[in-house]
Design a protein around this ligand. Structure first.
Ligand code: FAD
Length: 303
């Protein structure tokens, strides 16, 4: 059996594997898609000490660093079940069962998409999902935020300080964000909030986003908004479906962890975007992966 089996190969999983392997214990990594969300990222300008890089470069660096150590890296393998027996068992989609004294879950999350024409075509060309990451790319330009929940209104307030103007489009007739955020957004001169707005299309010139189309759900009229950037903020979904009924999750599906990265199952730790960690970023995921690996090591030496 492994001492530490990491499920997930994004920044959290890679950091956890390196920290575990450096303790000289038997370490494995199972990853459906090594690199995780970083593989889908173009410009990365907030990975501290590296002024600018891109996703593929960072992923290559993660893999090289992991393979510098004696780590069993099992790529393109998906975990479908977790169970605690004497050891912790992880079943893969291909039927194999891996056994380990401890497990670190680092399966990340995915942004919910609008599923409208143009969204995929202009992803990273104006369609963005992370205001902390991509906000500065739209400095002085017009942008839209899709979604009027907490993350959408937070994004609008954040972007208002950087971009020329922000239009928030909310599908329903009410904003679901906290009152204090809504009041703050409404007080900003360069934020416009439109409710009952169903986004129907992302418009581009072949190279970049130039606007979007939405339908007013009350009048059924179609409208155009000129924007260079569209931030989709309609939910971040944790990749935790296979853990339902096994571990304590929040109602949004996030794995509940404590300060040591411990989950509700003995010997099972979690790190990164799949957890209750409030902010989802590369550097934060790496820190939490390291933290969970140290938590797992501490568990192993006591058991
Ligand atoms: P992920 O990166 O989501 O990795 C999860 C890993 O688990 C993957 O390897 C996945 O294949 C694997 N996995 C999932 N389910 C299973 C399963 N059942 N079995 C086996 N493996 C599984 N952050 C920044 O700090 N700066 C940026 O500039 C930035 N830009 C971004 C741009 C985009 C387009 C996106 C989508 C995100 C961006 N982020 C950025 C956020 C950042 O990428 C994430 O916070 C970070 O990747 C989370 O790391 P993670 O390891 O927790 O999860």
């Amino acid at each position: 059996p492994y001492d530490v089996l990491v499920v997930g190969g994004g920044p959290a999983g890679a950091a956890a594997a390196i920290y575990a392997a450096r303790k000289g214990i038997r370490t494995g990594v199972v990853a459906e898609r090594f690199g995780g969300q970083v593989s889908d990222t173009m410009a990365i300008e907030n990975f501290i000490s590296v002024k600018a890089t891109d996703g593929p470069k960072l992923v290559a660096g993660l893999e090289q660093h992991v393979l510098d150590y004696d780590v069993d890296l099992m790529k393109t393998q998906k975990a479908v079940r977790l169970e605690k027996k004497d050891l912790v068992e992880v079943e893969l989609e291909n039927g194999a069962i891996l056994k380990s004294k401890s497990v670190i879950l680092a399966t990340g999350a995915r942004w919910r998409e609008m599923n409208v024409p143009g969204e995929q075509e202009y992803r990273n060309k104006g369609v963005a999902y992370c205001p902390h990451c991509d906000g500065p790319l739209f400095k002085g330009k017009k942008t839209a935020v899709i979604g009027g929940g907490n993350s959408g209104i937070e994004a609008a307030i954040d972007l208002a300080g950087i971009v020329e103007h922000v239009t928030v489009l909310e599908f329903s007739d009410t904003l679901r964000a906290d009152d204090v955020l809504v009041k703050k957004a409404q007080s900003l001169p360069n934020v416009t909030i439109i409710k009952n707005a169903m986004t129907t299309e992302v418009l581009g010139d072949g190279q970049r986003v130039i606007g979007l189309k939405y339908t007013d759900r009350l009048t059924d009229e179609s409208h155009l908004v000129d924007v260079a950037g569209i931030f989709v903020q309609i939910g971040l979904v944790p990749n935790s479906e296979f853990l339902r009924d096994t571990l304590e999750l929040t109602n949004r599906g996030e794995v509940v962890v404590d300060a040591h990265g411990r989950t509700s199952m003995e010997g099972v730790f979690a790190a990164g975007d799949v957890t209750t960690a409030p902010y989802k970023q590369i550097i934060i995921s790496m820190g939490s992966g390291a933290n969970a690996a140290l938590g797992a090591f501490d568990y192993l030496i006591r058991n």
